[in-house]
Design a protein around this ligand. Structure first.
Ligand code: URA
Length: 233
């Protein structure tokens, strides 16, 4: 059974309340994730930065703006994508995640993946790659490649922040995003999306939290979670 919006929001609530690792002491708030439970594509970054920590949403700072542009450049709308991170709380000063933090936190990512069952996961940077495809290879080798595991496709990409700091990666990232588009077009994903309300390029549903692609929205927007709504208004 696919997960429901309510189940996803319940998970978000547990993430916001989590005090298992010391990052809860320095965070402003946890950043669970954002996007529709019906998303067929998930994007996984490293950890919230300063803006995300302040706003409670993933990829809303400079790296997020670049991510939005990159997605749009290949006809993808971030409203159709569920975006999250390996760590749900900001490491102080945006330092790299520590292994103990990844160990304490990433069961939440596993739960998100189990709930959404995305067909494609974009791995934004080496930390997402290491957590979801351990031992597969480095980001330098795998960026832009399609890695199949069962009926799921993973595409490792350079982290948008890396391209902001190192301009030479920008063209690579743009080229890799164009490859993502080709993979989507080649895959049967195209078929399943083309029939649903969340099809790429189609107008977004009135709420990200409505029914899964392919079924008519029947519920009212979930008003209990303002954070889930305002990107879509
Ligand atoms: N970088 C990340 O990895 N995640 C965010 O949410 C923002 C910046």
């Amino acid at each position: 059974m696919p997960a429901t919006t309510e189940e996803l929001l319940e998970l978000h609530g547990r993430i916001r309340a989590c005090t298992v690792c010391p990052l809860h002491l320095t965070r402003t708030q946890a950043v669970p994730g954002y996007g529709p439970v019906s998303a067929r594509i998930m994007a996984v970054g490293e950890a919230p930065g300063e803006t995300e920590d302040r706003e409670g949403k993933p990829f809303v700072g400079a790296a997020g703006r670049l991510l939005t542009q990159l997605l749009e450049s290949v006809g993808l709308n971030r409203r159709d994508i569920y975006i999250t991170n390996v760590l749900k709380c900001r490491p102080p000063g945006n330092r790299d995640p520590e292994q103990a933090e990844v160990d304490a936190c990433s069961h939440f990512l596993d739960e998100q993946i189990a709930m959404l069952r995305p067909q494609v996961i974009l791995l934004l940077g080496r930390h997402a790659l290491a957590r979801l495809l351990p031992g597969a290879g480095s980001i330098t080798r795998l960026h832009g490649e399609r890695v199949r595991r069962g009926d799921r496709v993973y595409v490792p990409l350079y982290h948008p922040a890396a391209a902001l700091y190192n301009g030479s990666l920008m063209e690579t990232l743009r080229d890799d995003m164009a490859r993502v588009r080709r993979y989507l077009d080649e895959d049967e994903l195209k078929v399943s999306l083309a029939t649903g309300p969340a099809a790429f390029g189609s107008p977004p549903p009135s709420s990200p939290e409505l029914a899964r692609a392919g079924s008519a929205p029947t519920a009212s927007p979930v008003a209990s979670d303002g954070n889930q709504m305002d990107l879509f208004e």
